[in-house]
Design a protein around this ligand. Structure first.
Ligand SMILES: *Cc1c(COP(=O)(O)O)cnc(C)c1O
Length: 360
């Protein structure tokens, strides 16, 4: 068996010990005589798996007691609509910060439910930076302020937490949740699709302050009413049981690694390997403003786009896969989530150096 270093933006690399444990438990989970996939979501075994996953996530992120953790489906994209449906709370408008392709999509869906004020945007800079708080034009009458704290495609990350006063801050953290400690109490709601930094696709995590529950628009589907799901332990309908189990194994793995403060150290070291090299060569280029560079998604271009194909062949041959950048940015993108070992990043930098020697 050969495992590659997988730089996919998502679905993405998972920790190898987690995959091994899942394989070992596939046919018979803890003497139950069945796979987790075959269990009733209302049975004792699965209720334990679910409770442990939530408890471990709460511990890892230090989630305060007045926040509910929901395990939903529909991906982060469903939340683009589900957030306004639940959080407008009688108001008719919301603030959005436009930092890239994902915030743009969130804005487009929100417009179906309310007036959207784009409080700040980096579109004119081709989405290469995170607008400073001093540039934001917040509307005090907004129901909430939405920000994409890590733009997976553009590789732009907020390394600071916006201050929105009494207006709840809502964050799409899909591609950097669990990459470092975050102060959950600064947010009204956090959501993340699992397939970037948590587990398999099909599970979406929502962390919501409990005073924001209970005022969903009447048209809100029952399974997307946060209050209904909170009251039913996310089991108003059948949840993504296997995804929750896998996420739970990843949470246990993160605890074994030393928790999120430790992950931050490792992630900073990994990202520095790549950015330091990008900054010292003329052959490759990072388009993102230095202060706003993502620790998780690193887009870069080659001196000439004519070299892209040869670069992808060279990296592929070295066992480094899925480096092709998003079509809207071009070039390459290395996603270096929690589960990407430092050896993978070192191998990538070596391969880039070698390619520069040959083609530079
Ligand atoms: C991947 C991604 C999404 C979309 O996730 P889906 O699960 O495909 O709906 C939304 N926001 C961000 C920041 C993402 O990285």
């Amino acid at each position: 068996m050969t495992r590659v270093f997988n730089f996919s933006a998502g679905p993405a690399v998972l920790p190898e010990p987690v995959l091994q444990q899942a394989a070992a438990e596939m046919l018979d989970w803890h003497g139950s005589g069945m796979s987790v996939m075959e269990m009733s979501h209302r049975g004792k075994e699965f209720i334990d798996i679910h409770a442990r996953a939530e408890a471990d996530l709460r511990e890892l992120m230090a989630i305060p007691k007045n926040y509910r953790v929901l395990f939903l489906q529909g991906g982060a994209s469903a939340q683009f609509a589900v957030v306004p449906m639940n959080l407008l709370r009688g108001k008719d408008r919301a603030d959005y910060v436009n930092t890239g392709q994902w915030s743009k999509k969130a804005i487009a869906d929100a417009k179906k439910y309310c007036k959207v004020n784009v409080a700040a945007s980096s579109e004119a800079d081709n989405y290469t930076r995170a607008p400073k708080q001093s540039e934001w034009k917040l509307d005090p009458g907004a129901a909430y302020v939405h920000v994409t704290t890590n733009e997976t495609i553009g590789g732009v990350e907020f390394h600071w937490t916006p201050d929105t006063g009494d207006v709840p801050l809502v964050a799409d953290m899909s591609s950097h949740i669990l990459s470092r400690p975050m102060d959950v109490s600064k947010f009204g709601l956090i959501y993340a699709g699992a397939q970037k930094n948590i587990g398999p696709a099909g599970l979406t995590i929502v962390i919501v302050r409990d005073d924001l529950l209970g005022q969903a628009l009447p048209v809100t589907p029952t399974v997307f009413d946060y209050k209904v799901q909170a009251e039913n332990d996310s089991m108003s309908n059948t949840p993504a049981t296997y995804g929750i189990y896998m996420a739970g194994l990843v949470f246990q793995w993160l605890k074994q690694q030393g928790g999120l403060a430790k992950m931050e150290q490792v992630n900073r070291a990994k990202a520095a390997l790549l950015y330091d090299y990008l900054d010292q060569t003329e052959f490759y280029h990072s388009p993102v403003a230095k202060d706003d560079r993502s620790l998780m998604n690193v887009p870069f271009t080659l001196r000439s786009a004519d070299l892209d194909k040869a670069f992808l062949q060279a990296t592929e041959a070295a066992g480094l896969t899925q480096l092709k950048g998003h079509r809207s940015v071009g070039g390459m993108r290395a996603s270096i989530y929690n589960a990407m070992p430092v050896e993978g990043v070192k191998a990538l930098v070596e391969c880039m150096k070698e390619f520069e020697r040959k083609h530079g």
